[in-house]
Design a protein around this ligand. Structure first.
Ligand code: SIN
Length: 299
């Protein structure tokens, strides 16, 4: 398969803005930044507004050494708006919007939750805007999360390719992922009602190039887990386009990678980033908690 490989050049700008209440340190040329000097559990409104601005700019931001409970995690999420539907997992007792993602040391699985490149639940009418992931126990090495900047990837396509893609609608469905998950763990969409499961399989047609509702930035909206076709095209026609675009977005130059430690919290903008959970830490326990915030219908 042909892959476009690029090295960072002048189109890349992941530099930090100057803020009054937080310190932001970019971690890669393409995307991602660490936010320092604050605890998410006690952020002032002014600091939260700056953090949100940094999130839109860097696509993924994280904080280390956080003292945070499930209640704090949920309360922090609520500052972004309403919680999204999560058909994959069930919330912890007393905090139904905080979903555990736990892999035990003795679990062996060919596919983990989130181990293919994806944006969160794009099969929904209104897919999640922001996902917030917190680490409690992490492997000594491995178990990283990797993100790819799909807005930068769009900008780095030729004008002719951009123009061809702009009017297209991508069919996002949970069908293919459910089949993979069921084969390896028998658990896909286990917590969805029959109605929700059917709707997730049916999926939605969304713009293949979407525009960020706040920044106006355009980004590719396509992935290897949920994109099963392009409206009006035969499978044989759409498949190579989807494969090309997913490979294009996820080439190393557009990515950043986080090595987790306990007490971290990371959040990402699902409209402008894909992500993947590395399935490479058999023999070690990883305990994470996740909330997803409802987004808008992609436009
Ligand atoms: C996810 O896809 O939301 C999970 C990411 C991770 O566990 O690193």
């Amino acid at each position: 398969m042909f892959e476009v490989r690029l090295s960072p050049h002048g189109e890349f700008d992941n530099s930090a803005r100057a803020y009054d209440h937080i310190t932001v340190e970019p971690i890669a040329a393409a995307m991602g930044a660490e936010i320092k000097g604050v605890q998410v559990a006690s952020l002032s409104d002014a600091a939260f507004a700056e953090l949100r601005d940094a999130l839109w700019r860097h696509k993924m931001v994280f904080l280390s050494d956080q003292t945070i409970t499930h209640a704090d995690h949920e309360a922090f999420g609520a500052r972004f708006g309403d919680f999204a539907v999560d058909a994959y997992t069930q919330g912890v007792e007393g905090h139904r919007n905080v979903h555990p993602l736990i892999k035990e040391a003795d679990t062996r699985s060919k596919a983990l939750f989130g181990s293919g490149w994806h944006t969160d639940s794009p099969f929904l009418d209104e897919p999640p805007s922001v996902t917030i992931l917190r680490s409690v126990e992490t492997p000594p090495y491995g178990g990283d999360t990797v993100w790819a900047n799909s807005a930068l990837a769009y900008r780095m396509l030729s004008p002719a390719m951009q123009e061809m893609l702009r009017p297209l609608k991508v069919h996002m469905s949970a069908r293919a992922n459910a089949w993979t998950q069921e084969k390896v763990s028998g658990k896909a969409l286990a917590f969805a009602s029959d109605e929700r499961r059917c709707a997730a399989f049916e999926g939605n047609l969304h713009p293949l190039v979407r525009t960020h509702p706040i920044t106006g930035e355009r980004a590719l909206y396509v992935d290897e887990v949920y994109a099963i076709g392009i409206d009006g095209m035969a499978f044989e026609e759409s498949r190579p386009i989807i494969q090309f675009l997913t490979r294009h977005i996820t080439q190393h130059a557009f990515t950043c990678r986080l090595r987790w430690k306990p007490g971290m919290i990371a959040m990402w903008d699902n409209r402008t980033a894909l992500h993947l959970a590395a399935n490479d830490y058999d023999g070690f326990r990883r305990e994470m908690y996740r909330t997803t915030m409802v987004g808008e219908r992609p436009a």
